[in-house]
Design a protein around this ligand. Structure first.
Ligand code: ADP
Length: 157
C-alpha cells in the first residue's frame, strides 16, 4: 500500500516523526505531504518545512516529502496512494479528524483514512507547543530533534 501523510508540519515534531516511522513500517511507500493551501499562517516557509522533514526522515528509505496543494483526497489519487494516514492524540482531535475523513471518503471513496494513535509521551505535543517553548527559550530536546530545535531557536532569536 502507498500512503500519504498530509499536514502542516510547522515544524515537524517527535509526535509527527513517531507516526511517520510507524506508518512507514506498515506501508510500502509513505509520502509526507506539506499541504500548502492551508489558511493557517505559517511560521516556517513550505521549503523550510520540507528541508527539516527530509533531515528527520533521512534514515527511512521508503519515505519521501512533497509540497502539495488542492484537496487531500484528490492529491492522494494523483500520487497513486490509496491510504491517508493521520495521527490522533486525544479525543479533542477526533471530531475534526472525523469531519476530514468523512469528507475525504466522499470525494475519493477508494482512498481509506487510517488513524494511528499517538504514543502517550507525545499525546500533548503539537508544533504550536514547540514554538511556544522556543519563543520562551525553554528546553526543546523532548519535543523536536536537534536540527529542528536549532531552526526554531534561529526563528525566535
Ligand atoms: P494539520 O494542520 O493537518 O492538523 P499537523 O501538522 O498539525 O497538521 O498534523 C498533521 C497530523 O499529525 C494530524 O493528523 C495530527 O493529528 C497529527 N499529529 C500532530 N502532532 C502529533 C503528535 N504529537 N502525535 C501524533 N500525531 C500528531
Amino acid at each position: 500500500m502507498i500512503a500519504i501523510y498530509p499536514g502542516s508540519f510547522d515544524p515537524i515534531t517527535y509526535g509527527h516523526l513517531d507516526i511517520i516511522e510507524r506508518a512507514a513500517s506498515l506501508m510500502e511507500k509513505l509520502v509526507i505531504v506539506i499541504m500548502a493551501n492551508d489558511e493557517k499562517s505559517g511560521t516556517f516557509t513550505f521549503v523550510e518545512r520540507k528541508e527539516m522533514i527530509e533531515h528527520s526522515v533521512a534514515h527511512l528509505k521508503n519515505v519521501s516529502v512533497v509540497i502539495g496543494e488542492g484537496l487531500t483526497a484528490e492529491f492522494a489519487r494523483k500520487v497513486g496512494a490509496n491510504v491517508i494516514v493521520r495521527g490522533i492524540r486525544a479525543v479533542s482531535d477526533y471530531e475534526y479528524e472525523m469531519q476530514l475523513a468523512t469528507a475525504n471518503m466522499t470525494i475519493s471513496p477508494d482512498v481509506e483514512t487510517v488513524f494511528i494513535l499517538a504514543k502517550p509521551q507525545y499525546s500533548f505535543l503539537s508544533s504550536s507547543t514547540a514554538k511556544t517553548i522556543a519563543a520562551n527559550d525553554g528546553p526543546l530536546e523532548s519535543f523536536v530533534d536537534d536540527y529542528v530545535a536549532e531552526k526554531l531557536r534561529e526563528k525566535y532569536r
